[in-house]
Design a protein around this ligand. Structure first.
Ligand SMILES: Cc1cc2nc3c(=O)[nH]c(=O)nc-3n(C[C@H](O)[C@H](O)[C@H](O)COP(=O)(O)OP(=O)(O)OC[C@H]3O[C@@H](n4cnc5c(N)ncnc54)[C@H](O)[C@@H]3O)c2cc1C
Length: 342
């Protein structure tokens, strides 16, 4: 059944260099970088709004972010700053630095608020203030994070692995490494307190996932003024300026192979969009489900489709009534399950 709510067909008969499915941050960034390099890019998004988790919505004149609430590593010279600058985002992005304590961890039946602060010195001092006997463990934890992050060349924007001592402990669990730094259960919970950021799971999450994400926020934490959707808007404009084409309300329903090569995708309205290269920026299982190719072995498909999903989150966005003593503010409550540290 075909919906009538599609963008006018501008893709018929064309052949693009690259066809990208999904306009989340990954798809937008790829499309922008490739278009900047002169490639003929077509980006297809199934939703009305571009951006995936960068989408915002508003209620009572308050803007709410659905996904990207704060961003790490955006200070001049830091990794994401350099990526965003290269993509042409930094000149236009309206951001503000978060409070020194970018995350505040609350623990059941405990009135204290535990801060995670920006900058390693502040991060350590804040926690030592709350856990004076645990200085050694806190320092060991910070050193371990820095050590792990320095052994991922791409994370540090270097392509030459020989310049870094590559990380060997891929299977070290985050929970076990944290426990090796401190026996204090409450401190363990505070260190793992923002694990929603990476869907942390006590049994499966490796330490490097924890370290790479937490490190970027400790380096510096930022918020988009007016919501994260501005990232999507800037990238969409840049893609178009660089000759790329980007369409909303265009769900890709199949990815087709002919003679051992992917040749085109088909959209929900039945249109075939041809390209030389194809990038799928949607869930791997969803990609496999729509890929019609004899090259993909059944066993491989079964393994990917059978992988455990990470935890879900349920957000409640609340606008509080304005009162003289109470600033109008929005609270996001995440209800999670199955993670560690709380
Ligand atoms: C609740 C929550 C809070 C988060 N908070 C933060 C945060 O504070 N800071 C931070 O840095 N990160 C945060 N993240 C993570 C961040 O939002 C994501 O990592 C990032 O936005 C993911 O981008 P993506 O490009 O991988 O995919 P997505 O954003 O998932 O985009 C995928 C896109 O593909 C489209 N699509 C799917 N199927 C098709 C199809 N068949 N055809 C065409 N289009 C299709 C979807 O509609 C979507 O637009 C959060 C995530 C969540 C869920």
């Amino acid at each position: 059944m075909f919906s009538t709510n599609f963008a006018p067909s501008m893709t018929t008969g064309k052949k693009y260099d690259v066809v990208i499915t999904g306009s989340g941050l990954g798809g937008l960034l790829c499309a922008n970088l490739l278009a900047m390099r002169g490639m003929k890019v077509c980006l297809l998004e199934k939703n009305k709004q571009f951006g995936g988790n960068l989408q915002t919505f508003s209620r009572d004149k308050q803007i709410f972010d659905t996904g990207v609430h704060y961003i790490g590593g955006l200070e001049k010279g830091q990794t994401l700053y350099q990526v965003f600058k290269y993509a042409g985002l930094m000149e236009q992005l309206k951001i503000e630095q978060m409070d020194e304590r970018f995350d505040k961890i609350l623990i059941e039946n405990d009135d204290q608020v535990y801060g995670q602060a920006q900058g390693y010195t502040s991060f350590q001092n804040n926690l030592v203030g709350a856990f004076p006997d645990e200085r050694e463990g806190i320092v060991a934890y910070c050193n371990k994070i820095k050590e792990v992050c320095s052994s991922f060349p791409l994370y540090n924007l270097t392509l030459n692995p020989s310049t870094a001592e590559l990380y060997k402990g891929n299977n070290e669990s985050a929970a076990l490494v944290i426990a090796s730094c401190t026996q204090n259960k409450k401190l363990q919970a505070v260190l793992a307190g923002n694990n929603l950021l990476y869907a942390g799971d006590i049994n499966t999450t490796p330490f490097h996932v924890h370290a790479l994400i937490v490190n970027s926020y400790i380096e510096s934490s930022w918020k988009c003024i007016g919501g994260g959707s501005q990232i999507a808007k800037i990238l969409v404009a840049s893609i178009r300026k660089n000759g790329g084409e980007i369409f909303r309300n265009r769900a890709v329903t199949s990815i087709k192979e002919e003679e051992g090569k992917i040749t085109h995708v088909v959209t929900e309205d039945g249109e075939q969009i041809k390209g030389s290269y194809f990038i799928s920026n949607i869930h791997p299982a969803a990609t496999l489900a729509i890929t019609e190719s004899a090259l993909l072995k059944g066993l491989y498909k079964k393994r990917i489709v059978g992988l455990n999903q990470s935890v879900s989150s349920f957000s409640i966005h609340i606008v509080l009534e304005k009162r003289p003593s109470l600033m109008k503010t929005a609270i996001t409550i995440f209800i999670k399950r199955g993670r560690f540290g709380n």
